[in-house]
Design a protein. Structure first.
Length: 156
C-alpha cells in the first residue's frame, strides 16, 4: 500500500519475482511530501510503514547554436551531470534520427557541460535542406531514454 502525506493512494499485489507497480502519476508533486510503503496480507496492512526517499527531478540542459543552412555541423553544449556510461546526441530530421554522436563518461569526466559537434552531411549530401529545415532537432539520450529535445533554429 502506498501513502502520500498519510493518504492511501494505491495498492498493488506483488508479482512472483517480488516486484510491484503502483501508478503515482499526479500524486507525488513535491520532494518534501511524505511517501510511505506498507505491506499488505489478505487486504490488511502488516508491519511498519517504510519511508520512501523522493529524489528531485533532474533537468538535463541542452543548448543548440543556430545552424546556418548548408554548413557541415551543428554545435552546442549538453549537461553531463549524472552522466551515464554513454551520452548520445542525435540529429533528428522529420522525426528520424539521421546522425548520432556518442560521448563516453571517460571523455566527459570532470566537466559540467560538454560541447558537441554533429555532422549535417552524409555521403556528400546535406541532411538539412530548405525543404525539411522546419522539422530539425537535437535530442539528448541517456540510458536509452530521451531526456531533452531542442528544435534547431535554421538560418539562411
Amino acid at each position: 500500500m502506498l501513502y502520500v502525506d498519510g493518504n492511501v493512494i494505491g495498492k498493488a499485489e506483488a508479482k512472483e519475482d517480488g516486484t510491484f507497480v503502483i501508478n503515482t502519476k499526479g500524486t507525488i508533486t513535491d520532494p518534501t511530501q511524505i511517501v510511505e510503503l506498507q505491506l499488505l496480507a489478505d487486504k490488511e496492512a502488516i508491519g511498519q510503514r517504510q519511508t520512501v526517499v523522493i529524489a528531485p527531478a533532474v533537468s538535463y540542459e541542452l543548448n543548440v547554436n543556430d545552424y546556418q543552412l548548408y554548413t557541415s555541423y551543428i554545435t552546442g553544449t549538453f549537461d553531463i551531470s549524472d552522466t551515464t556510461e554513454n551520452d548520445v546526441v542525435e540529429l533528428v530530421v522529420n522525426g528520424k534520427v539521421v546522425k548520432k554522436v556518442i560521448y563516453s563518461s571517460e571523455e566527459t569526466k570532470g566537466n559540467e557541460a560538454q560541447e558537441f559537434k554533429i555532422s549535417t552531411v552524409n555521403n556528400g549530401e546535406y541532411l538539412i535542406t530548405e525543404e525539411n529545415q522546419k522539422d530539425v532537432s537535437i535530442r539528448l539520450v541517456k540510458d536509452y531514454k530521451t531526456v531533452n529535445n531542442v528544435a534547431v533554429n535554421v538560418v539562411e
